[in-house]
Design a protein around this ligand. Structure first.
Ligand SMILES: [Zn+2]
Length: 323
C-alpha cells in the first residue's frame, strides 16, 4: 500500500477549486482522498497542510509539476502537528527554501527538535508509523512562525490569511481563514467526512481531546460565517453554516453516547464497543472505491475516538479540564 523507497514518485494530483485555490491530494498512505492539502495561488503562494513524511515527495513533485517555482512558495501552514498533517514539513522546508513554516506556538519546539514527537507518534501509530507516517525532520527555528492568539499572514496583492487558535481536537490546533474569499481551513477541528460517510464524524483522539474547547472552537468558526469549510479529511462540506452546526450536534451526540457507556463501565474496551455498535454503520462501502473504510479506520477509527473521549471523561471527573 505505502510506497517503497525504490518506487518512482507519483506526483500528487492538483485540481483547481478556483483560479486562486487548488486542492492537493497528498496521497497519504498511498490512497487518494485521505489528507487534503490546499494551494493558495496568491502573489505569495501558500500551501495549507502537507501530509506525512512518507508520502511528502508526491506533494513536492506535484507542486513542482504544477509549475510553482520552488523559490516562490512563501508559507506552509499546518493546522496542527499530528503527523498526518505536518509530518512532512521538514522535507517541504528543504525543498522550498524560502517557505516559512507556520504552526501553533506550542508546536514550534516540536518542529525544531522532533525527537519527542516522533517517539510518541511511534507509540501511537505502531507499525503504521513506518509505513504511513515516517519521521519528522528538524526545521531551523528561524524558518518557523509560531501562531499565538492571532496572526495575520500577508499573501501579497492585498490578500491575507487570518490564523487563530482552535483547541479541542488538539491543544496545538489553529483555524486558517481567508477573509476575502471566505475559505475556512479547519484541519481536524470540525471532524472528518470522507467518501462513504453521510455525516460528519468528530475526531476526538488522545491525548488532548477536550469537549468544551472543541465546541468553543466550532462557535468561533460559526462567528466567521465562512463561505466554504474545507476539512483536511476530506474537502469541502456544504452548506458551510449547516455543516458547522452538524459538527456541533454530532460532537454532542458522541460525547453523550461515550459518557453513558463510561458511566456504566469506564473500561475503554466497553466504551469502544458501545460506540462501535452505535456508529460503525456511519461508514458504508463505496462502489469502485476499495479504500472507503480503510481511510476512516486510519484517521478516525472508533477506538481512537473512544480513547480520547474516555481520557477526557476521566480528567473531567478529576476536575482537570476546562469548563
Ligand atoms: Zn488528521
Amino acid at each position: 500500500m505505502s510506497p517503497r523507497p525504490d518506487d518512482p514518485v507519483r506526483p500528487s494530483p492538483i485540481e483547481a477549486i478556483r483560479d486562486d485555490l487548488a486542492a492537493v491530494d497528498t496521497l497519504t498512505a498511498g490512497m487518494t482522498k485521505v489528507t487534503a492539502g490546499f494551494l493558495l495561488q496568491t502573489p505569495r503562494p501558500t500551501l495549507v497542510e502537507c501530509g506525512p513524511a512518507v508520502s511528502i515527495q508526491s506533494v513536492i513533485e506535484g507542486i513542482r509539476a504544477h509549475g510553482l517555482d520552488p523559490d516562490d512558495l512563501a508559507y506552509l501552514v499546518i493546522s496542527h502537528i499530528h503527523l498526518d498533517h505536518g509530518g512532512g514539513a521538514g522535507d517541504v522546508a528543504e525543498a522550498f527554501p524560502n517557505a516559512t513554516i507556520v504552526v501553533h506556538e506550542v508546536g514550534v519546539r516540536h518542529m525544531v527538535d522532533p525527537e519527542r514527537l516522533n517517539a510518541s507518534s511511534k507509540r501511537v501509530y505502531g507499525p503504521l508509523y513506518d509505513s504511513v507516517y515516517g519521521a519528522c525532520t528538524p526545521i531551523d527555528e528561524d524558518r518557523i512562525l509560531g501562531v499565538g492568539e492571532r496572526e495575520t499572514l500577508d499573501l501579497g496583492g492585498g490578500r491575507r490569511l487570518e490564523l487563530f487558535q482552535t483547541p479541542g481536537h488538539a491543544k496545538h490546533h489553529i483555524g486558517i481563514f481567508d477573509p476575502d474569499t471566505g475559505d475556512l481551513f479547519v484541519g481536524d477541528s470540525v471532524g472528518v467526512k470522507m467518501p462513504g460517510m453521510d455525516v460528519i464524524r468528530p475526531a476526538t483522539p488522545p491525548p488532548d481531546f477536550d469537549y468544551v474547547l472543541a465546541q468553543r472552537s466550532l462557535d468561533t468558526y460559526l462567528s466567521l460565517a465562512p463561505e466554504t469549510v474545507h476539512l483536511a479529511h476530506y474537502g469541502a462540506v456544504d452548506p458551510p453554516m449547516e455543516a458547522l452546526q452538524e459538527a456541533k450536534d454530532r460532537l454532542e451526540i458522541w460525547m453523550e453516547a461515550a459518557e453513558a457507556a463510561w458511566t456504566d463501565n469506564a473500561d475503554l474496551d466497553h466504551v469502544a464497543e458501545t460506540l462501535g455498535h452505535r456508529f460503525a454503520s456511519e461508514v458504508t462501502d463505496v462502489d469502485g472505491d476499495p479504500d472507503a473504510k480503510g481511510r476512516v479506520e486510519l484517521l478516525s477509527g472508533i477506538r481512537s475516538n473512544a480513547m480520547g473521549l474516555v481520557r477526557y471523561l476521566d480528567l473531567k471527573e478529576q476536575g482537570r479540564v476546562a469548563t
